[in-house]
Design a protein around this ligand. Sequence first.
Ligand SMILES: [Zn+2]
Length: 658
Amino acid sequence: MADAKGRIEKLKKAINKYRYDYHVLNKETISIEALDSLKHELKKLEDEYPELVTPDSPTQRVAGEPLKGFKKITHRVPMLSLEDVFSEEEFSDWEKRIAKLLHISYTTELFSELKFDGLAVSLVYKNGVLDYASTRGNGKVGEDVTQNIKTIEAIPLRLEKDIKGEVEIRGEVIITRKGFEKINREQKKKGEAVYANPRNLAAGSLRQLDPKMTASRNLDFHAYDIVGDIGQKTHAREHEILRELGFKTDKEAHIAKKPEDIFKFKEKIEYLREKLEYEIDGLVIQINDNAIFDKLGVAGKAPRGAIAFKFAPKEATTIVRDILVQVGRTGKLTPVAVLEPIQVGGVTISRASLHNEEEIRRLGLKIGDTVIVGRAGDVIPDVRKVLKELRRGKEREFHMPKQCPVCGHKAERDKGGPLTFCLNKKCPAKHREGIYHFVGKNAFDIDGLGPKIVDVLLDEGLIQDAADIFDLIEGDIKPLERFGEKSAENIIRAIHAKEKITLPRFLIALGILHVGEETALDLADRFGAQEKIKEASLEEINDIENIGDVVTKSVYDWFRDPYNKRYLEKLLRRVSIEKYHQPSGKLKGKIFVLTGSLETITRGEAKARVRKLGGKTSESVGKDTDFVVAGSEPGSKLDKAQKLGVKIIDEKEFLKMI
Ligand SMILES: [Zn+2]
């Protein structure tokens, strides 16, 4: 609570300062999106601690107090604003809240429409004729803009259908992008101020004291709401009625049965956004059934049954939890900011490269700072600015380590340049082949994660060693999609699917010199568990048939190397090894060699079955071979078996044995 209070105070001050810069001094010191991100954090904190809300909080600011010079109109029904959500998670939270309130385990039908970036107005018709029109104002009281509204050709002065009594239509006054650009060109020519965005222009044009000026602006109107009951039961029906009455409505609007449809729709619209005729800043999602919508009522200034699902901002604010140092293929030490996960440009990011020591100095970044993050070229996450005024005094300086964090060897700045390198030629970080091997077919076999992606992950500092692969999140890999690789979602799914692994595969994945498929199986058979292999003495390992002195020493040494020990611990915190069933069976000690192709069973299965029964398979025929299984078209192995007098069996016999 004390933390929240302190943070809220700091946020309010910062938001107020940036608001002043932007709206009073006309200076954009941080982007509107970053400012929104701060406001969003403040709103969330205040929702959590409502007792900390003060009247001077930026969240309590109501847009558009009425201008002098316009008659004031009190809305019969307040014009509410909508609560914003930015991510699928936040959207799902809203859905769950609704479901809970309604005591149902599913959400009812939703209605989804574009959220135009314009000015909300209310039009009141009396007996079918436009009586008066007003701006939203502060939600309760707006400005009478009837004369100006009448210049908008898209608004009918008389409804297409006669409706007795009063009916109120709400919608958005908007302007096309083209219209916006044209007017700004003219403004420039006249030496007058240009408008920041189509919304400001629409608002400015409607709030002109001279209707002729408004008329020259070619404003448009989209209706989205009918206030009062004229027989509409759903919001979808409302849209139909609006069209019947002579209004334009959003062509993309539709009923969505489930949230996934909305997520897909949002993705599509976000993609098309720049090509649309009008500026939009998200979707409006609401409960389609009006009775349920009304029953849900209002919370604060917003109806519970509707939400503004905003497009992902290209910049956002978040906190730097830590700065890690990653070592790349060349031995370069790269500081990487560990971020409180945040949505930027549609994906959640949790890390951003800080490139080098100089960059951290340039930013003035400390661990614990609040920062603005974006995605360079809309792809690679980067830290853009430190909001120093949000510091609490507990932030820590970062120092580039004097030792390589991977091998502990000396690390140094390169010839006075900004880059620091590990000087150890044998630094494990320099050996990425090990990671290719780790994700490969015989080891963790992670689908879609090939050397190319591993390279990028290493180069971007997203992973340091193979164990880090299990910490990746979708946003980390998302930028790689442009390389034509599998979708980030699929790769993350493939990684998580491999968090459990068999003992032999695990041993192979460790990349111990000389430990391939056969040796891994021999070790697994003999010891049955990773812990036992780790502690096995030289003699115990050497005792295994097929394992000679060189392999024995390699295995023994691997588990005693300090770097490997740390790595093994780290890896075991992320993955688990399936219980290994040591074979005990009738084929114990028997060695099989397969040759030719088998009809009813694959080679892999055949080998696995032999092993399960305690037997072994080998690729070459020798004196110790017990059986050669001859399939169709057997090769030279059959000749050799005959020469050596090894027993030859056919597939049928083999199947009986296994
Ligand atoms: Zn090193």
